[in-house]
Design a protein around this ligand. Structure first.
Ligand SMILES: Nc1ncnc2c1ncn2[C@@H]1O[C@H](COP(=O)(O)OP(=O)(O)OP(=O)(O)O)[C@@H](O)[C@H]1O
Ligand SMILES: [Mg+2]
Length: 282
């Protein structure tokens, strides 16, 4: 740990950015990070160094077991690294915070509660109940569930439930959204809508995105930059600039991004990846 970085403590008093206003995205720095799980024979991560700029969308891609989730959990403050540190806007990460929130594959909603109550939960737990009414309505509009506020979450489709989880994550105005394969349980159509919407919302709100994925198309669609990881031990093998401006699937920008990622992945893996279709999962 460096002495120059302040530690993150407490509940961040005074930090109440408006939900749909522009927040200062987080600048994330990972420095000299190595991690070995207890009783493991090798390091899960080895000497990771990276910087993600404020408001940038970064993808972390690589094969199963290369340490993607471990890296994301360390960035989120859920796992303490063996060596090295992560800073977010200069603060050393030592525990989770509503300022950098994770979204998982399963939305983990409270099944007995309504859509609005699920979105309001984070505010309630953080003593910000009074803001819930206006914020929840605003957030549900943002994720296009404005007319679902009083519905029970069990009555919603998988994609709609992920939108509720997204609204709940956004309720606390995070500076960074950390996504661990959040759309892989969704059908193709719902997945591509969610990919575009999350990218759009993050861009509109100025939130830094870190996206873990196996799916090159998802990285091509959503990220500005991608880090390609290799396993045993988990390390960054390559880094590629995907784009400087947003584009949609089918536009030349998407194909260029896809090609850049495939080339970077093949360069890192030392072999070509062949795909019988347009489904570039690795
Ligand atoms: N809690 C744990 N205890 C011990 N070893 C672990 C633990 N979690 C992960 N590992 C090991 O660390 C390595 C990296 O795991 P991690 O879950 O980060 O990979 P991943 O890239 O996210 O894989 P996937 O794509 O399958 O989700 C693997 O070898 C895994 O077995
Ligand atoms: Mg994982």
């Amino acid at each position: 740990m460096t002495n120059t970085s302040a530690s993150v403590e407490g509940k961040f008093p005074g930090w109440h950015a408006p939900v749909t206003g522009h927040v200062r995205g987080a600048e994330i720095r990972v420095t000299g990070l190595t991690h070995r799980y207890r009783h493991a024979k090798e390091n899960a991560l080895q000497d990771i160094n990276l910087r993600i700029a404020s408001g940038e969308a970064a993808a972390i891609i690589g094969r199963s077991g290369c340490g993607k989730s471990t890296l994301l959990h360390i960035i989120a403050g859920l796992v303490k690294p063996s060596v090295g540190e992560v800073t977010i806007n200069g603060l050393v990460i030592r525990h989770p915070s509503p300022r950098w929130v994770m979204m998982f594959q399963q939305p983990s909603l409270f099944p007995w509660a309504s859509v609005a109550d699920n979105v309001a939960l984070g505010l309630r737990f953080n003593g910000r109940q009074s803001e819930a009414k206006s914020r929840v309505a605003e957030l549900l509009d943002l994720v296009e569930l404005g007319s679902y506020a009083s519905r029970n979450v069990q009555d919603l489709s998988g994609g709609q439930q992920q939108r509720v989880a997204l609204a709940r994550s956004l309720a606390l105005s995070p500076e960074a959204l950390l996504l661990d394969e959040p759309f892989s349980a969704l059908d193709t159509f719902t997945r591509s809508t969610m990919q575009r919407d999350v990218r759009r919302i993050a861009r509109e709100l100025g939130i830094t995105l870190v996206l873990v994925t196996h799916d090159i198309n998802e990285a091509a669609l959503m990220s500005d930059r991608a880090f390609i990881m290799a396993a045993h031990p988990g390390r960054i093998r390559n880094e590629v600039t995907v784009r400087s401006a947003d584009t949609l699937t089918g536009a030349p920008g998407f194909e260029q991004a896809q090609r850049a990622l495939i080339e970077a992945y093949e360069g890192a893996a030392g072999r070509s990846i062949s795909s019988p279709s347009t489904d570039w999962t690795i």
